[in-house]
Design a protein around this ligand. Sequence first.
Ligand SMILES: NC(=O)c1ccc[n+]([C@@H]2O[C@H](COP(=O)([O-])OP(=O)(O)OC[C@H]3O[C@@H](n4cnc5c(N)ncnc54)[C@H](OP(=O)(O)O)[C@@H]3O)[C@@H](O)[C@H]2O)c1
Length: 259
Amino acid sequence: MTDSTNETRPTGVGSGQAGALAGQIVVVIGGTMGIGYETARSARAAGADVIVTGRDPDRVQKAGSELGAISTAAFDATDDERLADFFRGLPKQVDHVMVTAGGSYYAPLAEMDLEKVRRSFDEHFVLTINVARAAITAVRPGGSLIFISGTAARHPVVGLSIAGFFSVGLPALTADLALELAPIRVNLLGAGFVDTPLSASLLGDGLDARRAELARTLPIRRVVQPQDVAALAVHLMTNTALTGGTYDVDGGQQLLVER
Ligand SMILES: NC(=O)c1ccc[n+]([C@@H]2O[C@H](COP(=O)([O-])OP(=O)(O)OC[C@H]3O[C@@H](n4cnc5c(N)ncnc54)[C@H](OP(=O)(O)O)[C@@H]3O)[C@@H](O)[C@H]2O)c1
């Protein structure tokens, strides 16, 4: 008989992943909240040492101490020089780098703020290039890079054009980087709605209604949690056959007509 409670639980680090990252170092750029924080927590549960970064120094300090991070750094990852300094300052080569820094910019054409458009390019395109270049010396051969994008914006929706651009462009960039950085592996996560502080800030008072709608309509009949994404990220770190791919973790959101 199926245990129905299991079906509605978010994913955690399973017994297959315990110890899978023992002796390895995982860096999470944007690891003080949301998906990045949970990835750092899951990597710790799988035995890794973690290094987390974020902009807000208090959040960095709090997350670092909760996670037992071996080091932390507070800087804006879109600052090219600060990012390069961070990688140069690592004590030795690391095993995996996950990038979850950045936000989401939604606006219809007439309301687009070009500064915010450029900021999105810095967060989701230039940051990817910068991390990939730093990885050549900072990440050990056979280690991995993980970036994140979205699945909902793959379908045209007014207001999602910037997110849509990245959701179809980043898989191509990921595949190119996997060839160019080999034997370092490079993969991309495609998330739908994930219940994080970012989603809360974007939805404001509409958050609970959106959660309820997704719990009713998603094929998995529950909202995707940061732990679900983190479990897949740890899998991408440990499964050495995976490179150049985009892996969706959206509870089937992209299959719905009304997303
Ligand atoms: N949540 C979703 O539904 C969803 C869906 C698809 C894709 N994504 C993408 O997944 C990534 C993570 O999302 P999330 O929901 O986990 O976001 P979140 O809850 O806002 O967490 C983002 C983390 O990154 C840090 N950060 C943000 N901008 C940064 C910057 N410029 N430099 C350094 N650190 C920075 C934040 O700390 P500070 O603010 O202190 O810097 C925080 O630790 C984002 O790129 C987002 O676009 C999210």
